[in-house]
Design a protein around this ligand. Structure first.
Ligand SMILES: [Zn+2]
Length: 368
């Protein structure tokens, strides 16, 4: 046995083993580093990617926020109406939204149906001017809309909203009036047959600007129910010829103090009715005023009313007139006041009826 040789072999073996272990450890370590490095690389790339994808926003926003925090000022736009600043905004696209909302608000306030709007525009020189301003000035779109709307409501000439829309209305048709002469009734008499309202559907195109309708165009009309004319049958038969009482009393009460005919060597062309100054004088039959002034032939203040078939009535000695020449009057209308003008010995009404300008005795023609 060679103990020395054994030890040497033994030592060699141990060395080999140690070396192997060292190699293994080194190899392992190297690999671990490699893996770590790879992981780190991946992480870095990922972060970089993320940073890059948002790089503009993040860095700008951060910068902006920093600037706002430091200075209290923000980059944005002044909203200009002609040369006046009327608001502030940060986004260029806000202006279109503001205009859109302005129109919506206007449509709502004017109770216009949105689906009936044919065109809508904001008329006025609104522009944006880039500016740096205090952040407190910044408005929401809603505030901006309210601000501009208030200008419109104040009737600003610089800004208006113009809307063209279609509206369907259901309208009534007023009955027309037909006047039908009839000899079944006497002059002064009439009979009325009421008409009926019609109904029509009207389609209109309306243009409204700043609360005022500037144009209306009828697009279509459809009659749903025809109107029925009101018929007034007007008497044409002469009541005087038939001896019918057709005149109403020309005052409220009052007795006759002097009749028609011969009187103290003269001829009284009418009748005198007692009354007080200021009492109402009432027209006796429908007609038209053809004279209303002072008459120096003795009548004093005189009104003459012309009626159908060349009949006329005279009202004399009045204190005042309530009608003028050309007025159309209806039986029962107040035309003047009792007085004491002209050849008169006390307050009374002188009343005449003339047929073809010839005075006749009215007594029997006045309804009692
Ligand atoms: Zn008289």
């Amino acid at each position: 046995m060679d103990i020395k040789g054994d030890r040497v072999r033994h030592d060699k073996t141990i060395r080999k083993i140690v070396l192997s272990i060292i190699i293994i450890i080194v190899t392992l370590n190297t690999n671990i580093f490699k893996v770590r490095a790879e992981v780190n690389n991946n992480l870095n790339m990922d972060l970089n990617n993320r940073l890059y994808s948002n790089s503009n926003n993040i860095s700008d926003n951060v910068l902006d926020n920093l600037m706002v925090a430091l200075t209290g000022k923000v980059n944005g736009y002044e909203v200009m109406l002609n040369e006046d600043v009327i608001g502030y905004t940060v986004s260029e696209s806000d202006l279109d939204k503001v205009k859109e909302n302005l129109i919506k608000k206007y449509i709502n306030k004017n109770s216009i149906r949105e689906d009936m709007v044919r065109s809508a525009q904001v008329k006025g020189n609104i522009n944006l001017r880039e500016e740096r301003f205090d952040i407190e000035k910044l408005q929401s779109n809603e505030e901006l809309v309210d601000k501009i709307y208030s200008l419109i409501e104040m009737d600003s000439q610089d800004i208006k909203i113009n809307i063209k829309y279609v509206k369907e209305e259901v309208n009534t048709i007023e009955p027309s009036t037909l006047i039908i002469p009839t000899d079944e009734l006497y002059i002064g008499e009439s009979k009325v047959e009421e008409g009926e309202y019609g109904v029509k559907k009207v389609l209109k195109e309306i243009t409204i600007e700043s609360g005022e309708i500037t144009n209306t165009r009828v697009l279509n009309q459809e009659i749903i129910k025809e109107q029925v004319s009101k018929k007034i049958y007007r008497g044409s038969k002469n009541p005087y010829e038939d001896g019918v009482a057709f005149l109403s009393h020309p005052t409220r009460g009052g007795y006759m103090t002097s009749g028609y005919g011969e009187r103290w060597n003269s001829f009284h062309k009418g009748i005198d009715i007692a009354g007080d100054i200021g009492d109402d004088v009432i027209v006796a039959l429908d007609g038209e005023v053809i004279y209303s002034q002072f008459n120096d032939g003795g009548y004093g203040n005189l009104i003459i009313v012309k009626h159908d078939d060349d009949m006329s009535t005279y009202y004399g000695h009045l204190s005042s007139f309530d009608v003028k020449v050309g007025d159309k009057v209806k039986k029962g209308n107040i035309i003047g006041k009792v007085g004491n003008t002209g050849f008169s010995t006390g307050p009374h009404l002188h009343f005449e009826l003339r047929i073809n300008d010839n005075p006749v005795d009215p007594t029997n023609y006045i309804v009692q």
